[in-house]
Design a binder for this molecule. Structure first.
Ligand SMILES: Cc1cc2nc3c(=O)[nH]c(=O)nc-3n(C[C@H](O)[C@H](O)[C@H](O)COP(=O)(O)OP(=O)(O)OC[C@H]3O[C@@H](n4cnc5c(N)ncnc54)[C@H](O)[C@@H]3O)c2cc1C
Length: 313
């Protein structure tokens, strides 16, 4: 999304990809389109983004150690992290602060007991358990928008990431093969019929994760680790960037608790819009209405897309 791209550019990370002008929703031959008002977004393959981030970290002279954190304890002066590497015990690390960005199923969140149950009234977000699956196809992009194809059982996100590569992510609660998922999106299936699949199927989920707090002493949770609603609105990277900035500002100010406020300020808009869309599209009649409603109310669709596209505070 443009906001996340700007945050990366501000850090000097300019990863190659495919320019994106906006979002297009599609279902049953109908469509709705909204362009980003705040500039272009960029479709970037995850491995390309990671390489660019690693390069920037190396350029900044920051030491990177590839270790798995297996436990954590803290006192008034700092945090001790136990590690593992290739199944063997790794070095014990000590730091004044830890920012844990260890993903949707954050082990740190578990170590610290910060996992939270499902919000009353939103129990379906956990019980329905939505997952994301992705694969890449060797084909020239046929547009400059992220296409979101809606079906009865899920959504397929089509993101051009290079001149000859398109990523397809299916978000769904249904367990079935990749081909069966694609059958639910006939327009997309026909478009991809002759395109070679060039990556293996990878997935993540369930999406909905909640936290009781984001700060526990000297440890701060950022990104998906700090809580997540759904990938439906494509904001994860933008939010992770904003959380990282806010966590570091709170530490630099010597006021880690202020991160709770800045985390909420960064997350509120995304959480509200994403929860609303997940709620509306949960019943089958709701799902059927999403694309016709977006087509019938283009101004509303444009506002919603641009709420998500603008920089995260
Ligand atoms: C199919 C799919 C499509 C998506 N598409 C988009 C999109 O188009 N745009 C977007 O913005 N977002 C998208 N998202 C969401 C996005 O992937 C996440 O929001 C984002 O990756 C979160 O970043 P993160 O750094 O918080 O966590 P992650 O990217 O999950 O990174 C967590 C890292 O922590 C490491 N880790 C875990 N445990 C340990 C441990 N014990 N010790 C050390 N390291 C550990 C992991 O190996 C991993 O490298 C998508 C998600 C899915 C599933």
């Amino acid at each position: 999304m443009p906001g996340g791209l700007q945050a990366l550019l501000d850090l000097g990370v300019d990863a190659p990809g495919h320019d994106l002008r906006g979002i297009r929703y599609l279902a049953g031959g109908r469509g709705a389109e909204a362009d980003f008002a705040a500039g272009l977004g960029r479709g970037i393959r995850r491995t390309t983004l990671h390489a660019a981030l690693l390069h920037a970290v190396a350029e900044a002279g920051i030491d990177v150690q590839t270790l798995a954190a297996t436990g954590m304890s803290q006192d008034d002066a700092g945090v001790t992290v136990l590690t593992e590497t290739s199944g063997a015990r790794g070095p014990t690390l000590r730091a004044p602060w830890v920012v844990a960005a260890d993903g949707l199923h954050s082990p740190t969140r578990r170590f610290l007991g910060l996992d939270r149950g499902t919000q009353p009234g939103l129990a379906h977000l956990r019980t329905t358990k939505r997952y994301g699956l992705r694969q890449h196809y060797r084909i020239a992009p046929w547009g400059n928008h992220v296409e979101v194809h809606w079906s009865a059982s899920g959504e397929a996100y089509v993101t051009p990431v290079a001149d000859d590569l398109v990523g397809v992510a299916v978000l769904t609660q249904r367990r079935q093969t990749a081909q069966d998922h694609l059958e639910g999106f006939p327009e997309l299936r026909d478009r991809l019929a002759d395109a070679p699949v060039v990556t293996s199927l990878r997935g993540a989920g369930p999406f909905h994760q909640r936290t009781t707090r984001r700060v526990a002493g000297r440890v701060l949770l950022a990104g998906d680790a700090s809580g997540y609603v759904d990938a439906l609105t494509g904001e994860g990277i933008s939010l992770g960037m904003a959380h990282g900035r806010a966590a570091l500002a709170a530490i630099a100010a010597g006021d880690p608790q202020s991160y709770e406020r800045s985390w909420r300020a960064a997350t509120r808009r995304y959480a509200l819009l994403t929860r609303s869309l997940v709620q509306v599209s949960r019943p089958s009649w709701g799902r059927r209405l999403v694309v016709p409603a977006a087509a019938a109310l283009p101004a509303v669709f444009r506002v919603a897309v641009n709420e998500l596209a603008r920089p995260v505070p």
